[in-house]
Design a protein around this ligand. Structure first.
Ligand code: GLU
Length: 488
């Protein structure tokens, strides 16, 4: 049988919680591959393991896919010609195919109880062997099978693996993979609840949905020969396989939501931009072959190539992601930055009280790496810590001291009082006029001025910008307060 011409890929998550980073990366590569080839990208929900289901997780997947900009051509909530796209809604179909395999002699009914299987498992372990089902039920007669089914005995359908020879499959990243058939277990295809296992459903669905390229984690690499045997048993064309190495937390541990590592949603909540996360994740295990690091989605589509996928696991590096995020913030237009930063600003302080919000946004843009830092950076604009330590006035390099501040602050207050139009230019002129008049160093005016109106040693912006942002009234109020603190 011939594969269809059009590339069709699918992302097939199990709805077990938020979309984790490894999952998002699989989705992204699958999407990029399909888009580059001018093919179709499909979302399929693999919910046949009912015990692992998490309420609402499917909706979260739709939401995360949208947020990441991974629009799919077919899927449960967008429709398509090969639906339903949720496996539990395809239930009847799997039985039909499993029974077809039984008739073809490639699968068989198994009535073994949990107790028998546990004993078998224990016996294997005692011998230091990995568990393999002993094909006990394979030899049951047709009559006995029918009698037991009619009597309502629970059963599963198992794949009948060959016991001799080898099975080989080709992976576009890992090359040729061969396994000895006698290492393959007669896995369950259809469970006693009538639902398929992943082993079976992925093959049936990938075939019925005309998937040409299967991308998934390397945890499925060693099982793929089993799937090939199924394709062969059905006489179906085998899709191209692209197994992706895991995303790691460090050299030993896989990134995992269960161990507290962030999901895509967590990263967005923590102040990362979705475009930056997507860009960073694209490079987690794929190399464009150039030094380019910043890619728009269109550029990623253009540059993506399976040849650039690494075999080695990728390590998720928060510092690197932060670098990407900062780069994305710096690249924004003023308007984009305003739109992005305003909600964070508004949560941190009463924006209406500020005299110049645009200036505040301007000084933040080159400094903010992650949006949630905004609150910390701007807090003092809303409320100054009036109990700040007077020792802050003393700065060796600036040649300032508490005593010097006591002398300087009234003069600063005086020149600022005479500023007519409260703009950064006018404030600059006033304070630098004072520097020139007194023949002192810039810092001897600017340092005490800044401490007096912020109560902080380090701030985004200098005295002039901060005074412009605070406005006349608030600046003068803070100077008066600091004078009192200095006993003036
Ligand atoms: N449901 C599987 C998972 O979430 C998908 C594996 C595949 O893409 O075939 O890991």
């Amino acid at each position: 049988m011939i594969m269809p011409d059009t590339v069709r890929t699918r992302f097939a998550p199990s709805p077990t919680g938020y979309l984790h980073i490894g999952g998002l990366r699989t989705a992204l590569y699958t999407y990029l591959f399909a888009r580059k080839a001018g093919g179709k990208f499909i979302l399929r929900i693999e919910d046949t393991d009912q015990q692992r289901q998490v309420e609402g997780a499917t909706e979260l997947i739709y939401q995360s896919m949208r947020q990441a900009g991974l629009d799919y051509d077919e899927g449960p909530d967008v429709g398509g010609d090969y639906g339903p796209y949720i496996q539990t809604e395809r239930r009847a179909l799997y039985r039909q195919y499993a029974e077809q395999l039984v008739r073809a002699g490639k699968a068989y009914y198994c009535f073994c109880t949990k107790e028998r299987l546990d004993e078998l498992r224990a016996a294997c372990e005692a011998k230091g062997e990995t568990f393999k089902y002993d094909k006990h039920c394979k030899s049951l007669s047709q009559e006995e099978i029918q009698r037991r089914i009619d009597a309502g005995e629970p059963y599963v359908i198992r794949q009948d693996m060959p016991t001799e020879g080898t099975t080989t499959f080709e992976d576009m990243v890992f090359g040729s993979v061969t396994v000895e058939n006698d290492t393959l277990d007669d896995v369950v295809l259809l469970k006693s609840d009538g639902l398929p296992t992943y082993n079976f459903a992925n093959v049936v669905d990938d075939h019925l949905m005309h998937i040409t390229h299967v991308m998934r984690g390397t945890e499925y690499l060693s099982s793929s020969p089993k799937y090939n045997l199924l394709y062969e048993a059905f006489g179906w064309p085998i899709p191209h396989y692209i197994h992706l190495p895991p995303v790691m937390k460090d050299t030993h541990r896989k990134l995992s939501k269960r161990h507290g590592d962030p999901s895509f949603e967590d990263l967005l909540r923590a102040g990362f931009l979705k475009e930056a996360v997507v860009n960073y994740i694209a490079l987690l295990g794929w190399n464009p072959g150039t030094n380019q690091e910043l890619f728009t989605k269109e550029e990623l589509i253009e540059a993506f190539d399976i040849k650039g996928i690494n075999k080695a696991p990728a390590i998720f590096d928060m510092a690197k992601l932060t670098w990407f995020n900062a780069a994305y913030i710096r690249k924004m237009t003023r308007e984009q930055w305003r739109k992005t930063a305003m909600p964070y600003l508004a949560r941190a302080l009463d924006v209406d009280q500020l005299a110049d919000v645009d200036m505040l946004l301007d000084i933040l843009q080159p400094r903010v790496e992650v949006l949630t830092q905004i609150a910390d950076l701007v807090g003092f604009f809303g409320r100054m810590d009036e109990d700040y330590d007077l020792a802050l006035f003393a700065h060796k390099k600036m040649k300032t001291s508490v005593e010097q501040a006591r002398e300087m602050l009234p003069r600063i207050e005086q020149v600022l009082t005479s500023v007519k139009d409260w703009t950064a230019e006018a404030l600059h002129e006033a304070l630098f006029g004072l520097v020139a008049d007194l023949g002192v160093k810039n810092g001897q005016v600017l340092w005490p001025a800044r401490i007096a109106i912020t109560g902080k040693q380090s701030t985004a912006g200098g005295a002039i910008e901060i005074a412009a942002i605070l406005g006349r009234q608030e600046t003068m109020r803070r100077i008066a307060l600091s004078k009192r603190k200095l006993g003036l």
